[in-house]
Design a protein around this ligand. Structure first.
Ligand code: 6PG
Length: 472
């Protein structure tokens, strides 16, 4: 008998937490997993949390599908890549026209688009949904970025809207566009997440090595900053990470953790797609590059032996400079991220609602932060060609870019790497100057390749008379 409102396959951490969240909101969820033992563990957990009456464990896939009310909405929460394609193939024989697969992992949006196109003629809906907020978010309220088959979206809308985080009573779940739109937006969310994390780490480097602050002292500063304009989840958790003490040694845990950052791909995808569309996203690119350099620990250690330890004399930047530099850097980075989304919307015909995206990022997701509310208002007014020219943000940038400048300059002379903050500053300086230096690039291009250049009032495919360098 079909009694479940929705089905969910894949009971690893994120999947189980989403299922428990659905059950808690009063919906009945049928669950299935490849390994039966995981289903048993989930059932025990649901029982422990008093939610077993809203969960229906099913060990057999056909039986699982039959348990879900038609037209069916079936969430799959398996590893991105081939496991998703395999799962679709396994499910297909059991589905009926009008049913939908709702894939909630961190999939590459072009894969999502391909799967959407593949299932459309079969009349099976495909929704690629970005879910942000980690384990806790999945359990208590993530930010949910929906893309794909709009008709089938309405079947699942009530459930996903109910389980999402809320900001001032509004659900942080929204349908954003066709095909791969939801996963695209989630990817750029992650790119921005990379930028935020890297900029925070760069500021921590100055605190630790330039200002000689202990982890505990740094933690206190981040906690204080979280009360001000930088207020955000990532600033908040940075305070907690810096505060944590290792049980075995009594030392700050952060000082024992190896300085090699992992990455699963979404940052790289963001940087690639931005480049492909000709949208500068230097903060994301910088953050991805910084993670890659961090992972080359052996090479770094060897290079340090050659050049000697960085000469980190005490710096004269203040904590206030660092706070403002971080704010300015973050605004530049978000401006870039939204510009990437705007361009992708245009190229793919998605009509992505930028104000809504900023709104559903105000709670639940990893990049939730106070200024996203201001960003959503800017987009609601339709003001934003680029956030850097929206009055609210112009005011913040005017107040903070001098600090960003001071911090980046101190980093250069003090031998601190600052890939992301310096990239943000250079972008700002490039974007706000009416006269740049690409005139020289155009001259060079014409010199060696007759690529042509433009002179105002004289035409756009002009050529210079250049001296020959042959034989010299
Ligand atoms: C989120 C996160 C999450 C992501 C991790 C790991 O929004 O909840 O973005 O989806 O998987 O942050 O990403 P990396 O391993 O690439 O850092």
């Amino acid at each position: 008998m079909a009694t479940a409102d929705i089905g969910l396959i894949g009971l690893a951490v994120m999947g189980s937490n989403l299922a428990l969240n659905i059950a808690e909101k009063g919906y009945t969820v049928a669950v299935h997993n490849r390994s039966a033992s995981r289903i048993d563990e989930f059932t025990a957990e649901a029982k422990a949390q008093g939610l077993e009456q809203n969960t229906i464990p099913k060990y057999d896939l056909a039986d699982f599908v039959q348990t879900v009310k038609a037209p069916r909405s079936i969430i799959i929460m398996v590893k991105a890549g081939k496991p998703v394609d395999d799962m679709i193939e396994q499910l297909l024989p059991h589905l009926e026209p009008g049913d939908a697969i709702i894939e909630c992992g961190n999939s590459l949006f072009t894969d999502t688009q391909r799967r959407f196109d593949y299932l459309k003629p079969k009349n099976i809906g495909y929704l690629g949904v970005g879910v942000s907020g980690g384990e806790e978010g999945a359990r208590h309220g993530p930010s949910i970025m929906v893309g794909g088959s709009k008709d089938q979206w309405h079947n699942a809308e009530a459930v996903l809207t109910a389980i999402a985080a809320q900001f001032n009573g509004e659900s942080c779940c929204a349908y954003l566009g066709e095909g791969g739109a939801g996963h695209f937006v989630k990817t750029i969310h992650n790119g921005i997440e990379y930028g935020d994390m890297q900029m925070i780490a760069e500021v921590y480097g100055v605190m630790r090595d330039g200002l000689g602050m202990s982890a505990k002292e740094c933690a206190e500063v981040f906690k204080k900053w979280n009360q001000g304009p930088l207020n955000s989840y990532l600033i908040e958790i940075t305070g907690h990470v810096l505060d944590a003490v290792d049980d075995q040694t009594g030392k700050p845990l952060v000082e024992l953790i190896l300085d090699k950052a992992g990455q699963k791909g979404t940052g790289v995808w963001s940087a690639i797609v931005a480049q492909q569309m000709g949208v500068p996203a230097t903060a994301i690119e910088g953050a991805v590059a910084a993670r890659s350099i961090s992972s080359r620990k052996d090479e770094r250690v060897a290079a340090e032996a050659i050049y000697g330890k960085p000469n980190r004399a005490k710096t004269d930047v203040t904590l206030e400079d660092l706070e403002k530099a971080l704010l300015a850097g973050k605004i530049v980075s978000y401006a870039q991220g939204f510009a990437v989304i705007a361009k992708a919307s245009e190229e793919n015909g998605w009509a992505l609602p930028l104000a809504t995206i900023a709104k559903i990022w105000r709670a639940g997701c990893i990049i939730r932060s106070r200024f996203l509310d201001q960003m959503s208002s800017a987009y609601e007014k339709g003001e934003a060609v680029n956030l850097l020219v929206v009055p609210d943000f112009v005011a913040i940038m005017k107040d903070s870019h001098l600090s960003l400048r001071k911090v980046v300059a101190a980093a250069a002379t003090g031998e601190f790497p600052m890939i992301c903050l310096s990239a943000a500053l250079s972008y700002f300086d490039s974007y706000r100057q009416g006269q740049g230096t690409a005139n020289l690039i155009q001259g060079q291009r014409d010199f060696f390749g007759a690529h042509g250049f433009e002179i105002e009032g004289r035409g756009s495919d002009l050529h210079g008379t250049w001296p020959s360098t042959l034989g010299k």
